[in-house]
Design a protein around this ligand. Sequence first.
Ligand code: NAD
Length: 499
Amino acid sequence: MVRELTHFIGGKRTPGTSGLFADVYDPNTGTVQAQVPLAGRAETEAAIADAEEAQRGWADWNPQRRARVLLKFLQLVESERDSLARLLSAEHGKTVADAHGDLQRGLDVVEFAAGIPHLLKGEFTDSAGTGIDVHSLRAPLGVVAGITPFNFPAMIPLWKAAPAIACGNSFVLKPSERDPSVPLRLAELFVEAGLPPGVLNVVNGGKEAVDTLLDDPRVQALGFVGSTPIAAHVYATAAARGKRAQCFGGAKNHMIVMPDADLDQAVDALIGAGYGSAGERCMAISVAVPVGEETADALVARLKERIAELRIGRSDDPDADFGPLVSRDALDRVRRYVDIGVTEGAELVVDGRDFTLPGHEGGFFAGASLFDRVSPRMRIYREEIFGPVLCVVRAADYEEALRLPSEHPYGNGVALFTRDGDTARDFTRRVNTGMVGINVPIPVPVAYHTFGGWKRSGFGDLNQHGPDSVRFYTRTKTVTSRWPSGVKEGASFTIPTMG
Ligand code: NAD
C-alpha cells in the first residue's frame, strides 16, 4: 500500500494542498512505497507565517528552558531509535547499522545544542570609559530555514534545526523529497518533547518550496546542503536578497597513501570510506592517491581482493556491507560515469555496472567499481559521481600527491595515511581543503567543532555545528551605557573617545 505523507506545520501533520506529489521509492525493489506532497507557494508561506508567530514567544523562553526541550527530545528518540533507523534505511537504502550512525551523528549535535546557553552569554566590559559600560549580546535572527539532501535524512536536519532553535529562532525545514519520513517524525518528537507548535515546521517539496523560502522577506537566513550547482544558486540568491546563507555542496575526497603507511589500515579505510553507504556520502573517499609505483601496485591488488569479498544486499540485511542507491536516476548516473571512465582510457579493474541482487532485479543496486591509472584531466576525476566508484590516481611523490586535492575544485575532506609525523604536520598545514584526517578516512568533526568544506564544497563564512552554528544563527547587538550618576560633560560636538 502506498502511504500518503504530509507536511508538519503548527505542531501537526498537515496534508498537502497543491495537488502535486513525488514518489518515495523502496530502493531495494524499485517500487513506490509512499507519496510526498510538494508544497506550493501558499503552503510554504503558511509555514513561514506560523513560524514567525511562534518565534516571538519562543525567544522569550530563557535559554536553559529552551535547552530542556532538547534534552527531553533526546530521551524520546532513545525509545524509538531502532524504528527510526529502520524507517530511514527503508527510504534511503543505507544499511540499518549505517542508519543508526546517521541518527547518532545528528543526536550528537542536539546534545551540543543543549549546552548552547553557555555560548549565548555575550561579552561585557566594565568602565570602558568614565562611567560607561559596554556589553554585547547575541540575539536570534527570527525565522530561519534549512534545505537538506537525501543522503543524511536524520543527521543534517538535526545539525541545522537543533542549534537554530536553541538560539531562539524558529525553523522551517525543507527536507529531501526522496526520504522525508524521518524528518517528519523527528519534528513530531520535538513537539512531544515540549517544543511550542510552529517553532519547527517541515515543508516537503522541491524547487517551488525553496524559491518561496528564498523570496520571502520573513526568512532571515538559509542553511543548505546538497549538490554544488544548487548550493551556489541558493547562496547567490539568498545573498542578493540580503539573507544570511551557508550552503554546502558536493565533494571529491582524496586519500593519500604514503609508502610508509600501514597498508592493512589503509585498505580497510578505503573499502569502508569508498563503498560504505554505496558511496552516497559527502565525506566518502572517491579518489585514492598511492605515492610511488610499488605502493600503488600493492594497494590496487589488495583493493581488488577486498572488493570481491564485499556483500551487497538489501538495506535491512544485517550481513550487507552496503545496500542499493537511492533512486533509478542515481543508478543510471553511476553506470554512465563508469562508461565515461572507460571511454576516457582509465583502467577498469573492477566493473560493478552489471551487478544485480537475485530476487531484486528492480532494485537500485550498483556493484563496486575500481578504476586505476586515472588522470586528473578525466571527468571521472573532476566530477562528483556519488556512488560506489573509487578512482586511483598514481602520484610519483609526496608533492604531487599534495597538489591533487589542493588544486581540485572541491575541497570538502581529505585523508593522509602515513606513519611519519613530519609529513602529517606538513600536510595538515598546506593542504587546501576544509577537513583533514590523519590515518582517519572520514574526518567528520565531532559536534562541538565545526563541519564545512572549502572551494566548491562550501559557500559562506560560517560552518555547521560547533561554535560557528551559534554565530550563524544569532546576530550581535552591542550596547554602550552610562547612568545619570556618570560624569556630566556637557554637550560635545566631536566624536566620542574613551579617554
Ligand atoms: P540536491 O542538490 O539534489 O538536493 C538538495 C536539496 O535541494 C533537496 O532538498 C532538494 O529538494 C533541493 N533542490 C533540488 N533541486 C532544486 C532546485 N532546482 N532549486 C532549489 N532546490 C532544489 O542534492 P541531493 O542529491 O539530495 O544530495 C546529494 C548531494 O549533497 C551530493 O552532491 C553531496 O556531496 C551533497 N552533500 C554535501 C554535504 C556537505 O556537507 N558538503 C553533505 C551531504 C551531502
